[in-house]
Design a binder for this molecule. Structure first.
Ligand SMILES: Nc1nc2c(c(=O)[nH]1)N[C@H]1C(S)=C(S)[C@@H](COP(=O)(O)O)O[C@H]1N2
Ligand SMILES: [Mo]
Length: 215
């Protein structure tokens, strides 16, 4: 609604006043596509999501099984390290925190970090605590429709910020892997693709943690 009445600058000022615009970011109305490498073609009949590492039992869900897990809808603001932020985006999928809380995934006590493994070997790592928060989602739908291929169909990790910033931690968008195929729980941290390339391991947009060092 706001969008039809006000222009981009006005919306950006509103978000800034509401303290929803992280430092160094600007508002976009588009949904830019960013990734390394090609967009995979996915055959749902062969698709699986594997849960491994520091878990009591490894789990492999096929697409039908994955869709029977409890589902959630959330609205979030997204922040990309390339300096765009997109506000009030609507997502649907499965909450990892809920899966663990409800015993669908049983962690070993040493599990402290998670690596998201994606098609073609893209990885991104986070502390376990971050992806247990409600602002991390295993997302299947954006804006009421299945994800488009370029945004991660059929499943992506997604991290953002709630409008009221009710979760203590957020991260730039690269901490959500598109075309997600496995979650690895680990006792120790292991840098992912962009983290290995010099991006900040914590990636908190409110602290402007873009790079691991100042070049
Ligand atoms: N599998 C995979 N996931 C990925 C990436 C990638 O290269 N491969 N890039 C990340 C980066 S850098 C960003 S900014 C977001 C972009 O998500 P979008 O294209 O939906 O805007 O995806 C993240 N997830
Ligand atoms: Mo990115």
């Amino acid at each position: 609604m706001l969008k039809r009445v006000f222009g981009r600058r006005e919306q950006e000022e509103t978000m800034e006043l509401q303290q929803r615009l992280p430092p160094g970011q600007s508002l976009t109305e588009k949904f830019p596509v960013l990734h390394y490498g090609p967009i995979p073609r996915v055959d749902l009949s062969a698709w699986t999501l594997r849960i491994f590492g520091a878990v009591d039992e490894e789990v492999v869900w096929n697409w039908t099984e994955f869709n029977q897990l409890p589902r959630t809808k959330i609205a979030m603001d997204l922040h990309c390290v390339t300096r765009w932020s997109k506000f009030d985006t609507n997502w649907e999928g499965v909450s990892l925190g809920q899966l663990i809380h409800n015993g669908f995934i049983k962690l070993k006590p040493e599990a402290s970090y998670v690596v998201q493994h994606c098609e073609y070997g893209y990885t991104t790592n986070t502390p376990l605590a971050l992806v247990l928060q409600d602002n991390f989602l295993l997302a299947t739908h954006y804006d009421g429709k299945p994800l488009t291929p370029e945004h991660g169909y059929p499943l992506r990790g997604l991290i953002g910020t709630f409008a009221d910033r009710s979760e203590p931690k957020s991260a730039y968008l690269w901490k959500g892997g598109k075309w997600l195929r496995a979650l690895e729980f680990r006792a120790d941290d292991q840098l992912g693709f962009w983290e290995e390339a010099g991006y900040h391991n914590e990636a908190d947009p409110w602290k402007e943690q873009r790079f691991a060092r100042d070049w």
